[in-house]
Design a protein around this ligand. Structure first.
Ligand code: PBG
Length: 325
């Protein structure tokens, strides 16, 4: 039986009805807000290609985190802009490094927030690659120990979750082992498992000052044409001890999010990255798009694709809009 007995428009008549039958209701409870920490104090500098996103000193990060908490967003992910860079990313391991200090400041403020840290070398190396360089190449195995040390120092500073984004093979296992050896067996790993080599990271590299100084990241990040390989990446990271996995970027990879969601019984995250944010902001500033409407549509789409955790620079805006509803 179909029309005129069936009329799907009956359930679209009012917002109350639409809300009642909505399959993918949004809530701020699934968001993670990314933040960029820099040295110093009282510094809050906007990233030109990401309006509304700031590089901030730890004191300002704490203020911003207070707002994040008030908005009901459960967590933040921290990226560091260190004072110094070298070939091996030594500044990422310091007890008083930028990220470590920011974590401590957030902890001291006793905020009810999950603190996640991005674990990678690109923000800390002078060459801007995510691993150390040997014979002109990004060396996999020689990078693992440094990543594990970095994760350990974040855990010591008080992080709840570490999120390796470097795409070296074996890094999840190396991090898990080091954390466990030092009695941090309750620190979780959110792995950037399926991280593609993407042009959508462009604005982030301004925000985090992490652009590679030679070559590109194709030898370690995934080829955009692949999805079976993403499943393999996820499988291996889970075997090595990842508690949650992530697909990144989100919008050009919604099929990958869905495939990962269907294939594995762990929480799946998606990173709505800097370029995805910048496109919306730029078009909205020109008056070409209704920002609120498209952002809500984008995060709904990412959730509908199967992500239960969404890392997005829009998080505070979305939470505000949802509160106002
Ligand atoms: C570091 C890292 C990157 C992003 C998150 N962690 C950049 C890169 O791999 O070049 C991108 C985030 C974004 O674009 O918002 N490896």
């Amino acid at each position: 039986m179909s029309f005129p007995v069936h009329r799907l428009r009956r359930l679209r008549k009012t917002e109350l009805l639409r809300g009642l039958v909505r399959e993918t209701p949004l809530s701020g409870a699934n968001f993670v807000y990314p933040m960029f920490v820099r040295p110093g104090s009282n510094i809050r500098q906007e990233v030109s290609s990401m309006p509304g996103v700031f590089q901030q000193s730890a004191d300002k990060i704490v203020e911003d985190c207070r707002e994040v908490e008030l908005l009901g967003i459960p967590g933040v992910i921290l990226f560091g802009l260190p004072e110094t860079k070298d070939a091996r990313g030594a500044s990422s391991l310091q007890k008083d490094g930028v990220v470590q200090r920011a974590i401590e400041a957030i902890r001291k403020a006793k905020l009810n927030l999950i603190v996640i840290t991005d674990v990678c070398l690109c923000e800390y190396t002078d060459h801007g690659h995510c691993g150390v360089i040997e014979n002109g190449e990004v060396a996999n195995d020689a990078t693992l120990g440094i990543l594990a040390e970095q994760a350990l120092s974040h855990a010591r500073a008080g992080a709840d979750i570490v999120a390796p984004s470097d795409m070296m093979d074996g890094r999840v296992g190396a991090i898990r082992e080091t954390l466990d050896e030092h009695k941090f067996e309750n620190i979780a790993i959110l792995s950037y498992a399926a991280k593609y080599c993407s042009g959508f990271y462009g604005p982030f590299r301004e925000a985090a000052q992490s652009a590679p100084q030679f070559g590109d990241r194709r030898s370690y990040q995934m080829d955009p044409g692949n999805v079976r390989e993403a499943l393999k990446e996820v499988e291996l990271d889970l075997e090595e001890g990842a508690d949650m996995v992530m697909v990144k970027p989100a919008l050009a990879y919604l099929d990958v999010i869905r495939r990962v969601r269907d294939a594995f019984d762990v929480p799946v995250g998606a990173y709505n990255v800097s370029g995805e944010y910048a496109m919306v902001k730029a078009a909205a500033q020109k008056g070409w798009l209704d920002e609120q409407r498209v952002v809500l549509e984008i995060v709904t789409g990412i959730q509908r694709a199967g992500a239960e955790i969404i890392l997005t620079y829009h998080a505070k805006d979305v939470a505000r809009w949802l509160k106002a509803c």
